[in-house]
Write a protein of this length. Structure first.
Length: 545
RNA sequence: GCCCCCGUAGCUCAGUCCGGACAGAGCAGCGGACUUCUAUUCCGCUGGCCGCAGGUUCGAAUCCUGCCGGGGGUGCCA
């Protein structure tokens, strides 16, 4: 049983011995300050009013009752502040954490069954196949992939999906831009003017259709940079396929039958205002062409047949579509909650302190591939996942590439490399780790060691939270702190050496195995690599280059 | 006008979901620590009316309301 459950049970028993009904969930938290114990509960504060007692008095009563109960964990109790009861535990619970982590290994530690194999489709990027991905797409790409990894570790069956808008107005404009360029004519005013158009136009073989060729060109370009970022999609869902299969027409008749649409001014409209939208939205234009919305609704209906949860990652410029998409889903009898739209705020790219515009249509773009090439895949991913998607991000290429000492990814990777390096050394000098059961973990008494164990214990909670909140930056934050804990330990505590007690070497080596597992899991969830070694010269060259 | 996001240290950001004990970290600045398994490290100091004003609460950075400031959206474009 987890130490937390054990303590909660103690509290529950104590409260009932005091004749108090449990009305609230018992809240156990890790105090921010270590002087406040290993665990703390505010239950006395929460129940004081009901118990017609002062929080402080109630806390004292609770503590007294707790002390009369036997526990293998609790060594000391304390009533503090306005009425907190603080638990000071003996260290066995921390040693259990280490054993558990090492027993489970990277594959299984901090994994949960919370998702109980529910199917979830994470749809992200879904950029139009009309050009390369730009730096802004990188954020959604890294976020979506990391969310998928976190959900997988939380017991979901995850599919990564890319919706390809391979038909419609934008696609036609793209094709005509390419065609115009090939023919040496001016690109239409509302066409695509990016520098890549000229390059691509020059590549088109004479007998090829610009639209089909351009689509393939764009998709392969996008796929390549995503692969560089360590992102692989399970499926690329083509909008055209929805037309071919007749599903779009089917959606249209379903909406009509549900009385969710109507005809006006020669167009077909969705009654989205009935679900809180500002205005009704056009599904079929008066010229008979579909708007983007209708195929998109069809696509979402299809996804609903394939998964229980749909998670979409959209850029901030699409937030207005959430209401209409949910309106469509709900009007056809589905629960709108099954669609969760995560909106990523803008990325402002800087280089030499100068703002760089992202617009694909002005042609003044910084492509994602440039970013990856300049700062590297790991640094790019880590940087994109450094903060909550709710905040506008300033991605400074100079900072992330040149000034490595300001770049947290190296700090974390270096922590990993240091342990690897120590283990290599251990191997060279013929060190043999004892079997788990023979290692005397009570050797681990140093503050640095205990801090590491506490941090390791947090990881499953952090993963659970990241999964619940769809927030990879929780992992990033933990990883940075955990790496700091490791560096502190590494500085103060030697592992190998003639002057170190062999039993202490064994215990610390085991500790390092546990830390390695924690780092590997964290880095895997972010999709960054865990390097065996890192050398200064190498980095300096990379930073200057 | 309406909708979404943000406003916490000089800078970049955690913490806000689910209210608790003196508000944290990195970078920048200042000062220290390498005969050791990697100093890309470590330790210390400096630095905050948590945008403003009310409200709820024993208790608010966190919840509610209203403002102010910044960004984005608001097409029979995607």
């Amino acid at each position: 049983m987890d130490v937390r459950e054990s303590i909660k049970n103690l509290i529950r028993d104590s409260l009932s011995s005091l004749g108090l009904e449990m009305t609230a969930e018992i809240h156990l938290e890790r105090p921010a300050n270590v002087e406040h114990g290993d665990w703390s509960t505010n239950i006395a504060l929460a129940l004081a009013k009901k118990a017609k007692s002062s929080p402080r008095d109630l806390a004292v009563q609770l503590a007294t009752a707790l002390e009369s109960l036997p526990s293998s964990y609790v060594s000391r109790l304390e009533v503090a502040g306005p009425g907190f009861v603080n638990f000071y535990l003996n260290k066995s619970w921390l040693y259990e954490v280490l054993l558990q982590a090492v027993n489970d290994g990277t594959e299984n530690w901090a994994r949960s069954e919370e998702g109980s194999n529910k199917k979830v489709i994470v749809e992200f990027v879904s950029a139009n196949p009309t050009g390369p991905l730009h730096a802004g797409h990188g954020r959604g790409a890294c976020y979506g992939d990391s969310v998928a990894r976190i959900l997988e570790r939380s017991g979901y069956l995850v599919a990564r999906e890319f919706y390809v808008n391979d038909r419609g107005t934008q696609m036609n404009l793209f094709a005509s831009s390419l065609a115009a360029c090939t023919a040496g004519e001016n690109i239409p005013e509302d066409g695509y003017h990016g520098a890549y158009i000229k390059e691509w136009a020059a590549e088109i073989p004479r007998d090829q259709d610009p639209l089909e060729w351009g689509k393939k060109r764009a998709l392969s370009d996008q796929r390549e940079v995503l692969r560089d970022l360590n992102i692989e999609f399970d499926s690329w869902f083509s909008e055209t396929s929805l037309v071919d299969s007749g599903l779009i027409e089917k959606t249209l008749s379903m909406l009509a039958k549900a009385n969710a649409s109507y005809e006006k001014d020669g167009a077909t409209w969705l009654k989205s205002t009935e679900y809180g939208d500002d205005k009704d939205r056009v599904l079929v234009k008066s010229d008979g062409e579909y708007t983007y919305l209708l195929p998109d609704i069809t696509y979402h209906l299809d996804k609903l047949t394939r998964a229980e949860r749909l998670i979409n990652v959209w850029g901030a410029d699409h937030h207005g579509y959430i209401t209409r998409m949910k309106a469509a889903i709900e009007s056809l009898g589905h629960e709108p909650e099954r669609l969760e739209v995560e909106v990523t705020q803008m990325v402002n790219l800087q280089r030499s302190g100068e703002e760089v515009k992202l617009s694909k249509r002005t042609g003044d773009i910084v492509e994602l591939s440039e970013v990856v090439k300049e700062v590297g895949s790991d640094a790019a991913r880590f940087t994109y996942l450094l903060q909550s998607i709710d905040t506008t991000q300033t991605f400074d290429l100079d900072l992330v590439s040149k000034r490595v000492n300001e770049n947290p990814i190296f700090y974390v990777q270096y922590a990993y490399a240091r342990i690897r390096s120590m283990m290599k050394k251990a191997d060279e000098i013929g060190f043999t780790p004892l079997p788990l059961s023979e290692v005397d973990l009570s050797q681990l008494q140093h503050q640095r060691e205990l801090i590491l164990l506490r941090a390791l214990h947090e990881l499953p909670d952090v993963v659970e939270r990241a999964s619940r909140e769809l927030a990879p930056h929780q992992i990033t934050t933990w990883l940075r702190e955990f790496a700091a804990d490791l560096h502190g330990f590494y500085h103060d505590c030697r592992i190998l050496g003639d002057d170190i007690e062999p039993s202490l070497t064994q215990a610390r080596f085991l500790l390092m195995r546990g830390v390695l597992i924690g780092l590997e899991i964290g880095m895997d969830l972010l999709g960054v690599s865990a390097p065996e070694e890192m050398w200064r010269d190498e980095i300096v060259e990379e930073g200057d280059g």
